[in-house]
Design a protein around this ligand. Structure first.
Ligand SMILES: [Fe+2]
Length: 160
């Protein structure tokens, strides 16, 4: 569920996102196998930046949880299919909160968890990456333990 503060923060994160530096991209390349790195770099800059920041927040919280990095980096890869910028994403999210049908790119955007999860499954990503992409906005699935879920949600929702 999106709150107004969350929506506002994400708007500015998307609008002002900076490309990953060479060093940051080298880190990502060290974390992901080639097929998954290919998916990562096809994302918009804002989603690359967001995924990277999520991975860093997990490592800041628990440096031993390198097993969660691919899930953090790749959980929003489905968003690229909608091709929306900061304003379009905000309107799509607001539309998703209303009891009205959505179509076109807004509908694709709102379906990004399932789209991303299907791509990750096809790319043979870790099961936890597939599961987090699919369930990121919902309830914890039984396949993700409570501590992993806490870290992943913390990284996604409570960043600076
Ligand atoms: Fe996210």
């Amino acid at each position: 569920m999106s709150s107004l503060p969350h929506l506002t923060r994400r708007f500015f994160e998307v609008a002002l996102a900076k490309d990953l530096s060479g060093d940051e991209m080298s880190e990502v390349a060290g974390w992901l196998k080639p097929d998954l790195l290919g998916l990562f770099v096809r994302q918009q800059v804002a989603d690359q930046r967001h995924g990277y920041e999520c991975a860093r927040r997990i490592l800041d919280e628990d440096p031993d949880r390198t097993d969660l990095i691919s899930a953090a980096l790749l959980h929003d890869i489905g968003k690229r299919h909608a091709g929306l910028g900061a304003i379009g994403r905000t309107f799509a999210t607001l539309a998703g909160l209303l009891p009205v049908p959505t179509t076109g790119r807004w509908s694709i955007y709102l379906d990004h968890p399932a789209l991303g999860a299907a791509e990750l499954f096809d790319a043979d990503a870790d099961p936890i990456a597939v599961a987090f992409a699919r369930h990121q906005d919902g309830e914890r699935p039984g396949s993700i333990d409570r501590e992993s879920w806490r870290l992943l949600r913390l990284s996604d929702w409570e960043g600076p």
